[in-house]
Design a protein around this ligand. Structure first.
Ligand code: NAD
Length: 456
């Protein structure tokens, strides 16, 4: 793909001219991006409706508003973040001053998934711009209307040697990966994450991998069950469960299972309506392949709520499965759909052991009124990030870097985290020439004795 090589070369040339490095330039680009989003709100909403049947409310909250908030936060702090920071020097470096200079990597590649197709392409771009890079974006082929619109908006607003969108699926992605980038930011599945890292390794390109996995949600017997039910129903079933940090499955204490289940069903009816097919606003499953995979799980365990689907509309209603165990198909991989299996536990230690036998989750949620239980679970399980007495909400804070650990990802972004991801921190020691400490040189009398007083 010659045009990819050509585009990359143009971006490299542009970057080396240095224009993208000035803070003024970055602020102007962020302002342009903000304007582009605000003035195309309607077009974005209708593309998201066409691709995924997202309601305007969901489109605004999870794709548009969240980005505007991120841009606002970044613009407020960028000047400070971009400045060299003076830091301490140790006694052995007496006379010198130390600084960290954040500098852009250069030309970065951003590969995005389909589930929040606009947000997950633009959120990393905000960081790339803020840090002073040029960027090539590869949005998902599975949400063609949104990806097309994204391409048009970017090419109308930015010169292609600065920011560009390359459309296409696996082939386009792999053609891009053959090029040497200065940084790769990937959001997507674990198996593709491995392919990305392998391709990046060939050029020793640093990566951020925002991946997925099975995120547990624990409902302890002492939790506020009504609030737990509401917050879990919301976090699991928004976007039809196609959210990387949606609770994948529930671990409910057996003493409260029945009571919790009926509260959960009420909460689903309340938030999404008893008949989602009538309302016509429920997010659809992205493709027939994903749809068929999901409905194959419906025969696992016992259906305790939902289970209706419409093949033509690629829509599955919020569904709860009971009597599930770890051998069921639905427990083998990330579900990524509106199906919620419920496991029960009586012993906290055993439940933790089961979770720890699996890859480290991207998110974990604990509902409990006890500080001890909350702390115990946080101490015993490693996971990307999460909430106590809530679901998904941690993702929307610009103060909380968001990312996985182990198989759920490498690196974290949002807020200053996004600026940091796309910046190299150059460490600089500025030495004095007013004097020259003699004992650093081995030929000074008693150098070893003196240096030992400083370095020990
Ligand atoms: P995916 O891995 O199939 O695709 C992501 C991107 O990679 C797409 O742009 C796609 O074109 C490209 N791609 C696909 N196969 C490729 C290959 N063989 N070589 C190179 N590029 C390839 O993921 P998806 O289905 O779009 O998204 C769902 C997954 O993403 C879920 O696992 C979910 O948990 C995860 N996800 C994670 C986050 C996060 O922030 N951690 C956010 C959203 C989604």
């Amino acid at each position: 793909m010659d045009h990819i090589q050509e585009l990359k070369r143009k971006q490299q040339d542009y970057f080396s001219q240095g224009a993208t490095k000035s803070v003024q330039f970055r602020m102007k680009a962020l302002k342009t991006l903000k304007h582009l989003i605000i003035s195309n709100e309607k077009a974005l909403m209708s593309a998201l409706k066409e691709d995924l049947n997202k309601s305007n409310f969901d489109a605004y909250v999870t794709e548009i508003g969240i980005l505007l908030e991120e841009i606002r936060f970044t613009m407020k702090h960028l000047k400070k973040w971009a400045q060299p920071r003076r830091i301490k020097s140790s006694l052995a470096q007496f006379g010198s001053k130390s600084y960290i200079y954040p500098e852009p990597y250069g030309v970065v590649l951003i590969i995005a998934p389909w589930n929040y197709p606009f947000q997950l392409a633009i959120a990393p771009l905000i960081g790339a711009i803020a840090a002073g890079n040029c960027a090539i974006l590869k949005p998902s082929e599975l949400t063609p209307q949104t990806s097309k619109l994204l391409g048009k908006l970017i090419s109308d607003s930015f010169p292609k040697e600065y920011i560009s969108v390359i459309q296409g699926g696996v082939e386009a992605s792999q053609a891009l990966l053959r090029e040497k980038f200065d940084y790769i930011f990937f959001t997507g599945s674990v198996p593709v994450g491995k392919i990305i890292m392998e391709a990046a390794a060939k050029h020793l390109t640093p990566v951020t991998l925002e991946l997925g996995g099975k995120s547990p949600c624990i409902v302890h017997k002492d939790s506020n069950l009504k609030i737990a039910a509401k917050r879990i129903a919301w976090g699991k079933f928004m976007n039809a469960g196609q959210t990387c940090v949606a609770p994948d499955y529930l671990y409910v204490h057996e003493k409260v299972k029945e009571e919790f289940l009926s509260l959960l069903i009420n909460a689903i009816d309340d938030i999404f309506g008893e008949n989602i097919f009538e309302r016509g606003e429920y997010t659809r499953i992205v493709s027939p392949r994903h749809f068929n995979r999901l409905i194959s799980f419906l025969s696992d365990g016992k259906l305790s709520y939902g289970g209706q689907y419409d093949q033509r509309l690629l829509t599955i209603e919020p569904t709860i499965l009971e009597d599930i165990n770890w051998e069921d198909e639905v427990m083998k991989d990330e579900i990524f759909g509106p199906i919620l299996p419920i496991l029960t536990y009586s012993d906290v230690n055993n439940m933790i052991k089961e979770i720890n036998q699996r890859p480290k989750p991207l998110a974990l949620y604990v509902f409990s009124e006890s500080d001890e239980i909350q702390q115990f679970i946080l101490d015993k399980i490693s996971f990307g990030g999460g909430c106590i007495n809530d679901t998904v909400y941690h993702l929307s804070s610009p103060y909380l870097p968001f990312g996985g650990v182990g198989e759920s990802g490498i690196g974290a972004y949002h807020g200053k985290g996004s600026f940091d991801v796309f910046s190299h921190e150059k460490s600089i020691l500025k030495q004095t020439t007013l004097f020259d400490l003699p004992y650093r040189y081995p030929n000074t009398k008693d150098a070893l004795k003196k240096i030992k007083r400083l370095i020990r």
